[in-house]
Design a protein around this ligand. Structure first.
Ligand code: URA
Length: 197
């Protein structure tokens, strides 16, 4: 699918998503934080749910977790500008609570559609909710750094950057994962310059 075709599909999906009345008017905040980055990215990042700063700005990962994510991405040699970044639930859960089972169930098909449209070579899941919803991986503290694949698409699961912001002991764990991710990404040749294709 062309980049224009993907943009049109993502825009249509975003319009459907933000109109989900159960989400926007019911228990989560009213702002929809759409995915950010090139729609034809080879790398996609899936977080948990936007925080307060993201809710205000409408952009994912721009608060404390976003700063940590930027640091981790530079450690792995991945340029954030080449990554499509989204979240499992794209509304800010009031008081930063965990999204409910029902909310996750409503948003999961939207995430699945985004992955299908963007069609990345690798999806990086951040935290237990993203790992569980996207790849069915449980117990992220045990399974972090796990690389799986489904057909041609790879999935790499690691901790959420917020876990490293909150607890210093998680910093070396997540840093090691991102260093390994950098090696994996280079091996998969997903970093190659789009123009040289
Ligand atoms: N955490 C997430 O999972 N997503 C964001 O956009 C911000 C913080």
């Amino acid at each position: 699918m062309s980049s224009l075709g993907k943009s049109k599909k993502i825009n249509k999906l975003n319009n459907e998503y933000k109109r989900m009345s159960e989400m926007s008017g019911w228990s989560l905040s009213s702002n929809f934080v759409k995915g950010d980055g090139p729609v034809d990215a080879d790398i996609m990042i899936v977080g948990q749910a936007p925080g307060k700063n993201e809710d205000i700005s409408g952009k994912p990962f721009i608060g404390m977790s976003g700063k940590m994510l930027n640091e981790l991405l530079s450690l792995s040699g991945i340029d954030r500008n080449n990554v499509y970044i989204t979240s499992t639930v794209q509304f800010f859960p009031p008081k930063n609570r965990m999204p409910t089972k029902k909310e996750i169930e409503l948003c999961a098909p939207m995430l699945k559609k985004q992955i299908e449209i963007v069609n990345p070579k690798i999806v990086i899941t951040l935290g237990s909710l993203a790992a569980n919803t996207t790849v069915g991986v449980d117990n992220i503290m045990h399974n972090h750094g796990l690389l799986t694949h489904d057909g041609d698409r790879y999935y790499f699961s690691t901790l959420h950057p917020a876990a490293a912001v909150r607890l210093k002991k998680n910093v070396p764990i997540i840093k090691d994962d991102f260093k390994r991710l950098g090696t994996i990404v280079k091996k998969l040749e997903v970093m190659k310059n789009k123009q040289s294709r």
